[in-house]
Design a protein around this ligand. Structure first.
Ligand code: PLP
Length: 406
């Protein structure tokens, strides 16, 4: 038996929702694997992946099973009590990473909020209130709370909301000399995305992250990696830091961690974690059994040699074909990224037109993303089928051809 709903349409968005988004003209109603269907029954191939969230596509059987089993067992108890899915997921994350302690929350912004508060707290406890400065990168993105937009290096997200959080310096990304010049004994943390996602899918240089690690150690500052977008198998390693061999002190995760169910996590060491003593931080839904049960299933599937090496193989398929499309139509100056986070930088003639390409792609039946106005971004399921990659890129090529023809 299915519940009868009143019919809804895209125009209802403009009538009833706060206008902070501008969603596409069609409404997806169902998904399976890397395919999505809209209200009219039109089928699309999904290379957007819910912005690097649907790490196992839509309705993956392991996730449906974990969610429905947990839905029939226990939904929520609050952090006045703990619960089994939380404990299992934390243990697995600790086994799989540098971390020894985990804090659960509900989003990337919250994971970063916890990371930044922890970094400040540690410095406060160890060195006093003067050591509170945070260094972050221009063009970085860390979420939409006031602290995270203040740390993020994009004034369009942080301006116009009154006084920002103080003590934050922004430096050019991948510029070690700039970091060297900015860091001091007042620095409590250096915050970096190992691959700038929203900023245009820009991977860090290995020497940059190695240099940042060294400078942090010299100045008793913590190195924080925001892996909300780059983590959970996206790059072909469980976390992007593993590609670089540079270990952070604090790492934030979200997006792919829940595969579509909201969850965030902050990972750190025992020594640092002890600065968040009872009562110093928290969130009602953090460690929610439904979220943790799904994330545990995601981790079980993703953190396997087959899936992780599959991501690297699929990267090669995407890259080769996107480079060929770029050359044939003269639209891309570069195809970059790691694993299944790819960015196609638009050539000079097409700069600023990422949204045009994205809309043309949707019209041809393939969902892609932009990362700023100059980059077309792909963040598909980590287990996207090879046949879907071929068919989706055929559709994408038709879209590019139409854009170029005008
Ligand atoms: C998406 C993103 C965030 C914010 O995550 P939310 O779940 O939207 O709060 C933070 N950092 C990075 C690198 C992201 O890509």
């Amino acid at each position: 038996m299915s519940v009868q709903h009143d019919p809804v349409q895209r125009a209802d968005f403009d009538q009833y929702l706060v206008p902070n988004y501008s969603p596409a003209a069609f409404i997806p109603v169902r998904g399976q694997g890397s395919r999505v269907w809209d209200q009219s029954g039109r089928e699309l191939i999904d290379f957007a992946g819910g912005i690097a969230v649907n790490s196992l596509g839509h309705c993956h059987p392991a996730l449906v099973k974990a969610l429905t089993e947990q839905a029939n067992t226990l939904w929520h108890v609050s952090n006045v009590f703990t619960n089994e899915p939380t404990l299992r997921l934390a243990h697995k994350l600790v086994n799989a990473t540098f971390a020894e302690r985990v804090f659960f929350c509900n989003s990337g912004a919250e994971a970063n909020e916890a990371a930044f508060k922890l970094a400040r707290r540690v410095a406060h406890d160890r060195f006093g209130p003067e050591k509170c400065e945070i260094i972050a990168a221009l063009n970085s993105f860390h979420g939409r709370t006031l602290f995270t937009v203040s740390v993020g290096g994009q004034p369009k997200y942080s301006d116009g909301f009154g006084p920002k959080i103080q003590g934050i310096t922004h430096i050019p990304y991948n510029d070690l000399d700039a970091l060297k010049a900015a860091i001091s004994d007042k620095t409590c943390a250096v915050v970096l995305e190992p691959i700038q996602g929203e900023g245009g899918v820009l991977p860090a240089d290995k020497a940059y992250l190695e240099g940042a690690r060294k400078l942090c150690d010299e100045h008793n500052a913590l190195l924080v990696f925001d892996e909300v977008q780059s983590g959970m198998g996206r790059t072909g390693e469980l976390f992007a830091y593993m590609n670089y061999g540079v270990t952070p002190d604090i790492l934030s995760s979200a997006k792919s961690l829940g595969g579509g169910f909201p969850i965030g996590a902050m990972l750190t060491t025992t020594e640092l974690a002890k600065h968040l003593a009872v009562g110093t931080h928290g969130t009602t839904y953090g460690g929610n059994p439904l979220a943790c049960a799904v994330a545990e299933a995601v981790l079980d599937v993703v953190n396997t040699p087959e899936v992780l090496s599959g991501v690297k193989a699929k990267h090669a398929q995407f890259k080769q074909r996107l480079q060929a499309i770029g050359e044939q139509y003269g639209v891309f100056s570069e195809v970059r990224g790691l694993g299944l986070l790819l960015g196609c930088a638009l050539s000079d003639a097409w700069k600023g037109k990422a949204k045009v390409v994205l809309d043309a792609a949707a019209a041809e039946g393939v969902m892609v993303l932009q990362a700023g106005p100059d980059t077309v971004r792909f963040a598909p399921s980590l287990v996207v089928e090879d046949a879907d990659i071929r068919e989706g890129l055929d559709r994408f090529e038709r879209a590019v051809a139409k854009v170029v023809q005008g």
